[in-house]
Design a protein around this ligand. Sequence first.
Ligand SMILES: [Zn+2]
Length: 465
Amino acid sequence: MRKATGGLAAIAFGLGFAGLVAAPIALVAHLKEGLPEAVREKSVLSHARALQRRIVTLDSHVDIPPDYTKVPEHDPGRLTGMQVDLPKMHRGGMDAAFFIVYVGQGPRTPEGYEAAKDAALLKFTAIRRMAEELYPDEIELGVRAQDVARIHASGKKAALIGIENGYVIGKDISLLEKYYDLGARYMTLAHIGHNDICDSSIPLSHLGDAEIEHGGLSAFGREVVAEMNRLGMMVDVSHISRDAMMEALRVSAAPVIASHSAVSVLGNHPRNLSDEQMEALARTGGVMQVVAFSAYVKVDAARAAEERGLRSRVARAAGDAHFSYIKHGKLPAFVNGMKEIGQRYDRASLEEFVDHIDHAVKVMGIDHVGISSDFGGGGGVKGWDNAAETVNVTAELIRRGYSDADIEKLWGGNLLRVWGEVEEVAMRLAERQEAGADAQTGEEDFLPEEESIAPAEHALGPNGG
Ligand SMILES: [Zn+2]
């Protein structure tokens, strides 16, 4: 007894003031351990809700249908069958989302490029219509990283815009600025299938893709990255091949993002990122937004083979050589077939999804990881299947011991930091260009060495100096 008291006194003495602060916290933690499961669970959920009221909760990848805002079932102001609408965002405490201008890969012909551009413009119009015409009191378009905190403080949701698939610019680099002016702040360089910018992690045989086409970025792709750096648009390396990603990290003057990717150590899928890729992304100051896409979180080869079989059967029955989600995705044979397969295989759980976050944090550090759903584009896991369930993710992070500050970083803090850095690089490139133009006319000397921007600067991100 004496010994124990003496030991405690010595610890308290040794810790000094810190000990006085730490002791009550330890006591509370100890009491919580003794609480019945249900009570403890209730306190985790109320902690999660309170935390989300304070921080910005940002989802970096939400897809929209082509007729978004045009038909009642795709009206974001109503409670719809979509995984994300305004009522669900309110309910789950989702404050901000990158809504995605996605266009699937098609033929690289003048007609193909024209159709891709039209499809992209339709989605830009729909997202802006939601924020500017239909629900301006509820949601506002953000075009600068700092807009998000301001919009959140005003009590509104923030709508941000990302492009998925550089196919939408075809070979016309001037379209990047046009899309930037419409609000696009990131662009995924490629989707499934190679394009003129780079190789995809998944070639499309029916478009005639070879396994490897460019071996990374094409010369045009390197120009695209430079132009995105100049504009202040984030380069997104999700979906692209390993070599294309590594080259993008090398040539980009600003840190890059993976807007929706999972971890390949936990799910061996060509679309997921290896530890090597994740380390390189962190080293260059970038961020990986771990995606809650069941088939990437929990890879099941037998299920994938059955789904492939179903797709080709449905396409053949419709008289087509290849399956297309747009053309065949709503056919009863496909919908029912997927439902039947789904009943026999388990989808990934919230816990399995958070395992991917844990692994990414272990490899990359807490400053380089974020969260994305891919809702509307196939995303969702058991427990986080729509925006209304967002608080479940926060609760699971709390259960795993992440601090409030960590969770704030994961829920968009890191992504917003990278976005701010991308804006800064654009500003400095513009200054340098101006100084260069002045130097040419003999008005001013070139910038001193330390103010110039070299890609190597970002090879030493926050993690490496
Ligand atoms: Zn995607």
